[in-house]
Every structure is written in C-alpha cells, then in structure tokens.
Design a protein around this ligand. Structure first.
Ligand code: MN
Length: 381
C-alpha cells in the first residue's frame, strides 16, 4: 500500500508551497489513479494548512485521508478539526534528536508517545505512531515505544529514515525486526539523500512493511522521498505486483505537481521525463521503428508519456526514411544518405536538429539533380 505525502513532505520541500486549489487538484488526481492513502498535510502548521486538510477530507475521495501531528495535545486538537481517517503521530527516538531537539530523556519520550496515543484514541482518531530518525535510533527503544503504543490502541507503526542515511540491507534488518515484534502493520517513510529511497522502499516492502510513503516525482525535504511513479512501475513491471494504481495518468500527475511546485522536470526523469522514451542513435531508432521493445521496457503510453525520435549527430537512415515515408516521399538511397550526412553535420554543431531544419534540409537536397556520392558503410546504420 502507498501513502502519498506529496501534499505534506512534498510541500515541505524548501521554497515550495501549494495553494488550496492546487492541493485539491493533486489530491483528486492521486485518488483518480488509485492511490490508497493521501497524507494531506500537517494541520498544526497554520490555519491555512488545517483548512486545506479539511477541504481534502471533505472531497469524499476513495482514498483514506491522513495527516501528521506531533505528540502534542494542540497538534492533535488541530487534527480533530479536519475529520481525517488516520493521524500520523511521530516522535524522535535517536540520541541526537532527543538531546538536541526534544531535550527529553528516552523515558519521557516513551511516556509522551503513550499519552498522545491515548489522547488521540480517546477523541476517536485512528492512530499510526512513527519513531522519527528510526535509522539512527536504538532499536530496543523503538520496539518498546511501539509495544506501549500498540497496547494503547495504535493501529499502525511507522519506521522512518528521516535523513535518508540507511542502505537497503539496513532497512530490511530494521523492518523485519520490528515486524517480528508487533502484530500491527508497519509503514516506512524514507528519504533520498543517498539516492536510495526507492531501493529502500523495495527493501521495506519485501521485509514485512505494508505501507510505504511516496511523493509524486520524489519531491520533498532535501533530496526528497520515494517517487510514487517509480515505485509503482517497479512493483508492477519488475515484481509482478499490481497494487491497483493505474499508470496511464503518471506523466500528467508528475507534470502537474512539478508545475505547481515551480520545478522543471529533468529530461531523464524515469518514465515521465521528455527523454524517457527518446531515441536519437541510428542503431536504436532503426530497431525501435521495427519493434519498440528493443529499447523500451514498456510502451510510453502505459505511463502517459510519448515516444520521441530525435534528429541529431547520431541519426541514421531509418529515421529519415520513416519521416519521408510519412509524407509519401520515397527518394533514392543516395538522396537519403545526403540528408543523413547533412543532419549529422548540423547535429555535430548544435545537438538536436529541429523538424523545421530537417524539412529545410530535405527540400534543399531534393531540389538539385541527383549527383551526390553514395553512402559509406557507417552512414547506412
Ligand atoms: Mn520526511
């Protein structure tokens, strides 16, 4: 199961804020593609934030609506105004965070976690309890905290790699250890500081975690979180595990969120970037024109993207021939080679050769008499 945190951790990305209207749009799109749970925000942050979380709850989505709160009564009171399906309580358990942030002993942390769970439960909330900075925490302390909160009525427990500093085998170790010590479902919230958020999510899911936090396009604090679209595609395509999220809307979703966040999508973003299904090399294009699976794992349409055959210095005859055939033009092989030679020359100088430039080259070469030299071997590729 995925609980998507685009609207909470995603929005906590430095410099990013979403308007309420944008949040409603994103929540609706997440729901449309079948995301199971939406972490809608952190109501204690501000009245505006609280209003947004409540507005998302009131959309009546299929997805559960979750929100975040510290183990403080005021935070929980703010959550109570939002009518959510679950509150995600968190408290730090690492020495660093207890000493320098909370200024609390581990016993005080345990007590406060239990008190908050009881308070939230007594007000009718469904509680998930996470230990912040789990990957740098004493696992015995975490297990004790989970045990006590389970006794107090929490229905899910969460492991976090708050600063993204654990390797997949460490995540596997922690998740399986925790899963062995509880009857509750375990969730994992993971960061991408070492570029390991996605492998860590897979490690968590294969070690006993039932839920993983994602964000659209992997946005979030610092290096971000587990990219929703990448996790869904790995599970579906490489693990044969369809978690019920339809993939056709993924490109639109990532573009929408990046647009709202004021981010430009990297061309090589997996699945959704403009280069994710782009081919320039003559060898690749010739093969793709015959059978796209030669250089694509899945069809671009399956993630809502499209194939782009790009002209440039690596181009070969296949793309030129196919472009011309689309317009019913069937020149001699020599002419095609002349065109390829000119495209390569332009590509060498400037990189990508535009469609306009291509047709100008075609026009120029097709008009004079056929007195050009034949193709060399490598130009035929
Ligand atoms: Mn986080």
């Amino acid at each position: 199961m995925v609980y998507d945190s685009t609207l909470r951790d995603g929005e906590q990305m430095a410099g990013v804020r979403f308007s309420q209207e944008q949040k409603l749009t994103v929540a609706t799109k997440l729901d449309e593609i079948g995301v199971h749970q939406i972490e809608a925000g952190f109501p204690a942050v501000s009245q505006v934030e609280l209003d947004s979380v409540r507005a998302i709850s009131q959309l009546g989505l299929e997805a559960d609506v979750l929100c975040l709160a510290r183990t403080l009564e005021d935070d929980i009171d703010a959550v109570l105004k939002c009518d959510v399906d679950m509150v995600l309580l968190f408290i730090a358990t690492s020495e660093l965070h207890m000493r320098y942030k909370l200024k609390m002993t581990s016993e005080e942390v345990l007590e406060r976690a239990v008190r908050a769970t009881e308070y939230a439960m007594s007000h009718g909330l469904t509680v998930s309890m996470s230990t912040e900075d789990s990957t740098r925490s004493d696992i015995q302390l975490m297990l004790e905290l989970y045990r006590r909160c389970e006794e107090s009525g929490a229905t899910r427990i969460g492991i976090t790699d708050t600063i993204g500093c654990a390797a997949p085998w460490a995540i596997s170790h922690i998740v399986s250890k925790v899963a062995d010590h509880t009857d509750l479902p375990v969730s994992a919230h993971l960061h991408n500081d070492f570029g390991l958020a996605l492998p860590n999510a897979l490690a968590a899911l294969t070690s006993g975690a039932q839920a993983v936090a994602t964000t659209v396009g992997g946005i979030g604090e610092r290096a971000g979180n587990v990219p929703l679209e990448q996790l869904v595609m790995v599970l579906k395509t490489l693990c044969g595990r369809d978690i019920g999220i339809s993939t056709e809307g993924l490109t639109d979703l990532v573009r929408t969120v990046y647009g709202f966040a004021g981010l430009s999508m990297p061309a090589n973003q997996p699945w959704t970037g403009s280069n994710a299904f782009s081919h320039e090399s003559g060898i690749h294009v010739a093969a793709v024109l015959n059978c796209p699976l030669t250089y694509e794992c899945v069809p671009p349409e399956s993630v809502g993207n499209r194939r782009r055959l790009v002209l440039g210095k690596h181009s070969g005859t296949a793309i030129v021939k196919s472009r011309l055939e689309e317009r019913g033009i069937t020149p001699s092989q020599e002419r095609i080679c002349d065109i390829v030679r000119e495209i390569k020359r332009l590509g060498e100088r400037q990189g990508r050769v535009s469609d306009d430039q291509f047709w100008r080259v075609v026009e120029e070469i097709m008009s004079p008499p056929d007195n050009r030299r034949p193709c060399s071997e490598d130009e035929r590729e």
